[in-house]
Design a protein around this ligand. Structure first.
Ligand SMILES: [Zn+2]
Length: 244
C-alpha cells in the first residue's frame, strides 16, 4: 500500500460524490494498492478494510482525529480528540472460516467483506439487511449429530451468538467510542466509522483545495495542474499574496 497523491485524492473525491460509501472505500483501496487485484481487496474482511483506510487516513491527514458527538440524554455537544492508535484494533484471524457450537448447533461461517456489504446495501429495512448479510456469511449449519440443516432454521440465540463471535473476531469492523457527558454524566458507546469519517474529511479538503486553485488561477492565470504541483508552502505563500 502507498500514500495517495493530491491528484488521486481529488479523483477519489469526484468518484465518491456518486458512490455509496462501501464502493468508495474499495476505490480508495484500489488506488492505494494498485498491485493487488480489485477482487482480492473486495474480499478483505470489513475490519481489514477499515484498518487499511485508517492507515491511509494517518498518511493523508496525520494521526490526530477530531469529531463531534451529541449526548443522547441531554444533547450536550462534545468535541472528541483522539488518535488513530486509540482505535487501532487487532487484525482478524488469517483463516477465512470460523466455527461456533451453540445450543446444539454447529455453525461454520466467515467474516463479512465488501462484496457482502455492497450486495445488501439498499433501500431495504436495516433488520432485513442484517439478516441477508448474516446469511451470506454462513457456510454450513449442522445439528450436534452431524446432520446438515438449512440456515433459516437457526434459532435467534444461535444467530446472535454467531454475530457476537463475528464482531469479536474482526474488532476493527465495529469501533465503539466510550463517551462520558461532562454535563449530565451519562455514559454511552458511540460507533465510529472510519470510512465515513475519511470521506467527510476528503470532501472538506477538496472544497478548500479547489477554492485555492480558483483564487490562484484567477490571479495568475496558472493551470489547475500547475497550481496542484506547487508544494503546500508555496501555495500558501501565493494565497497570502492574493488574498485581500
Ligand atoms: Zn449529557
Amino acid at each position: 500500500m502507498r500514500p495517495l497523491s493530491t491528484w488521486q485524492l481529488l479523483s477519489l473525491w469526484e468518484q465518491g460524490l456518486a458512490q455509496p460509501l462501501a464502493n468508495w472505500a474499495l476505490l480508495v483501496l484500489s488506488a492505494a494498492c494498485p498491485e493487488t487485484p480489485a477482487e482480492q481487496l473486495a474480499e478483505l474482511s470489513i475490519g481489514n478494510r477499515d484498518s487499511h483506510i485508517l492507515t491511509l487516513r494517518e498518511w493523508t491527514f496525520g494521526p490526530n482525529l477530531t469529531c463531534l458527538a451529541a449526548c443522547p440524554t441531554c444533547s450536550e455537544k462534545l468535541e472528541l480528540n483522539f488518535q488513530t492508535a486509540n482505535i487501532r484494533a487487532l487484525p482478524p484471524p488469517e483463516t477465512s472460516e470460523l466455527m461456533l457450537t451453540h445450543n446444539g448447533y454447529q455453525v461454520r461461517f466467515r467474516l463479512p467483506n465488501s462484496v457482502d456489504v455492497t450486495a445488501v446495501t439498499g433501500d431495504r429495512d436495516p433488520t432485513e439487511n442484517r439478516r441477508l448479510l448474516f446469511q451470506r456469511c454462513l457456510l454450513e449449519v449442522r445439528r450436534s449429530k452431524g446432520k446438515v440443516v438449512a440456515a433459516d432454521v437457526l434459532p435467534e440465540p444461535v444467530v446472535e451468538a454467531v454475530i457476537t463471535q463475528m464482531a469479536a473476531a474482526d474488532p476493527q469492523a465495529d469501533v465503539q467510542l466510550a463517551l462520558d457527558c461532562p454535563h449530565c454524566r451519562h455514559h454511552w458507546l458511540a460507533p465510529f466509522d472510519i470510512v465515513a469519517f475519511f470521506w467527510a474529511e476528503i470532501n472538506t479538503w477538496a472544497y478548500r483545495v479547489l477554492h485555492e486553485v480558483h483564487l490562484l488561477a484567477a490571479a495568475y492565470g496558472w493551470s489547475e495542474a500547475d497550481i496542484l504541483a506547487l508544494t503546500p508552502w508555496r501555495r500558501r505563500f501565493y494565497l497570502e499574496m492574493v488574498r485581500p
